[in-house]
Design a protein around this ligand. Structure first.
Ligand code: URP
Ligand code: ZN
Ligand code: ZN
Length: 539
């Protein structure tokens, strides 16, 4: 410790004589090689820990309006916004002229420290969130898995894991079986623990998969509680059949993964879950929409007036399946995820669906397994841990694919990367907006700077990156989380334990009016028919 203290003061002395700002004692400052150079306990009174910020002259973008002006932040909250706000002595001024000032990204779909297929995803709640902040994401919603089917136990385990968080987060809870305890725990999680969404896996037979009977019970309970049911939509029975068939043909490598679970199986499960949600009259959220087949089912349901939310993820929007055929196993295995990344054409169709409003928000499904973990399936694609990286890349890739290409405006970009997620999960306008009273989670994006993605410079613990070499116009130069500058000049200033659990209340806008539809349904039945008089006359 003494050595560390001496090093810190030496660093301060160097900063003093060279007129550089002092390093922030209390931050863990990462460099690109993932080393933490300073670790302490204090934030306050130091340059990057400053809590009064004036962001000047940027184009401030919300999902519904934009203007050129200033934002004043104090104590982690946006206080005021407008043109030419006054500069006072104790305020740090950040010049944002020529740049976009937007709400920090919210990633609705991540898997940090997830035990899965005999491995644990290699980013924990600290490294994964540090990576998120470096890429402009200031909040994520992770999927907590039950422990041996026990939801509460699973929630407690994930809550402990998340104690090391350096940014805000929430949880969806997975439901992997059905019994009275599950129903009771769902109720407690919604009423006392801030959970308002539950995920049901229609794939992963023998581990996470639920039957239609269990799904129906889950949908009913969700509706009663005002919680949003989510589905991983692939037909798990057919996937198991497809895996046996492809493996028996001698196809053992990563390409077998895509071949064994084609888009038709995603389309089938999407259609089935949408129809069952209609039968129960509950809203539905389809996670990681990867194919035209699934997207068209969502489109049709929405056109008929059903409340279905479709979430594409970055890998589905930006990649195709060609790398699964790479001769190098290490490269090919990186791209194994479920549902699989599809052949070229699906990506463009998903982009179009996002720009036309058929799909609503973009996640990542960040489930990183490094090369040594992926090596588990070297001789059998069925054993390759499923998942790709994306938490750090999402905001840049979506900007490139959707905004640089002219498919979406900056306002729509804010909607699909932040605001829609906050609204769907009922935390808007605390999150997902730049408004007085909102949390000061803000990014500054320079549309003229360049970003290059590489495993050698990213902050995730992954040793590979599925977007390796991707170069684009647009760079998130500053990330502000809870009113503090945590990413600036290519460096992270993050601290373990400051990330807050954001509870999410049930009965989001998606539930408004369902009672009226239920009444309409009951009155449409015209039953039971009164046959009492008829019975008397006909006997
Ligand atoms: O391949 C994936 N998607 N891994 C994470 C688990 C899931 O299905 O979301
Ligand atoms: Zn899934
Ligand atoms: Zn997932």
């Amino acid at each position: 410790m003494e050595g560390k203290g001496f090093a810190y003061w030496l660093l301060c002395l160097i900063c003093f004589v060279s007129f550089l700002p002092a390093p922030c004692l209390g931050d863990e400052i990462f460099d690109y090689q993932h080393r933490c150079s300073v670790d302490g306990t204090e934030w306050e009174g130091l340059g990057c820990g400053t809590t009064k910020l004036l962001i000047k002259g940027g184009t401030v973008v919300n999902a519904d309006h934009q203007f050129i002006g200033d934002i004043y932040v104090e104590d982690g909250i946006i206080q005021t916004m407008g043109p030419n706000l006054p500069v006072t002595d104790d305020v740090r001024v950040i010049d944002a002229s020529g740049k976009f000032v937007m709400p920090g990204g919210i990633d609705p779909h991540t898997h940090l420290e997830m035990p899965f297929m005999g491995q644990e995803s290699c980013d924990d709640f600290f490294s994964g969130q540090a990576a998120a902040l470096a890429g402009g994401t200031t909040m994520h919603i992770d999927f907590a898995l039950p422990s041996d089917g026990d939801l509460l136990k699973g929630f407690e385990i994930y809550s402990k894991k998340a104690k090391k968080s350096c940014t805000d987060y929430g949880f969806h809870m997975a439901v992997t079986t059905w019994n009275e305890n599950v129903a009771k725990d769902m109720e407690l999680l919604v009423k006392e623990k801030g959970i308002n969404s539950f995920k049901f896996f229609l794939a992963y037979k023998g581990s996470l998969m639920v039957t239609d009977e269990q799904l129906l019970q889950g949908f009913k309970k969700c509706k009663e509680l005002g919680a949003l049911p989510q589905v991983h939509a692939e037909n798990g029975d057919a996937v198991a059949e497809g895996q046996s068939r492809i493996f028996a043909m001698g196809i053992t490598g990563p390409e077998g993964h895509a071949l064994s679970r084609p888009p038709v199986l995603e389309g089938e499960a999407t259609a089935r879950s949408i129809r069952l949600a209609k039968f129960i009259n509950t809203p539905l959220y389809v996670v990681h929409v990867m194919s035209i087949d699934a997207m068209q089912e969502i489109s049709q349901a929405r056109q008929s007036g059903q409340r279905v939310i479709g979430e594409p993820i970055v890998s589905g929007l930006a990649l195709d399946d060609s790398k699964l055929w790479d001769a190098d196993y290490k490269i090919a295995a990186q791209y194994v995820m479920s549902p699989p990344i599809r052949s070229t054409g699906h990506d463009k169709a998903l982009q179009a669906a996002l720009s036309s409003g058929i799909l609503q928000l973009v996640g990542t499904d960040h489930a990183p397994f490094n090369s040594s973990q992926k090596a588990q399936g070297r001789h059998d694609f069925r054993a390759i841990p499923n998942g790709v990286n994306g938490i750090e890349e999402r905001m840049h890739i979506v900007w490139d694919v959707m905004v640089n290409s002219g498919k979406l405006s900056p306002r729509e970009y804010v909607r699909i990367t932040s605001t829609a997620c906050a609204q769907i999960f009922n935390i808007h306008p605390r999150k997902g907006a730049i408004l007085p009273g909102s949390d000061a989670d803000i990014i500054i994006l320079n549309p003229n700077a360049t970003t290059r993605i590489s495993a050698s410079t990213h902050h995730s613990r992954m040793d590979t990156n599925v977007y390796e070499g991707w170069t684009m116009k647009g760079n998130i130069e500053v990330t502000i989380s809870q009113g503090r500058v945590v990413w600036e000049n290519g460096r992270l200033h993050v601290k373990r334990g400051v990330g807050r659990y954001i509870p999410m209340a049930p009965f989001s806008y998606l539930f408004d009016g369902l009672d009226k539809l239920d009444l309409e349904y009951v009155s449409s039945l015209k039953a039971p028919v009164d046959r009492s008089t008829d019975a008397l006359t006909s006997i």
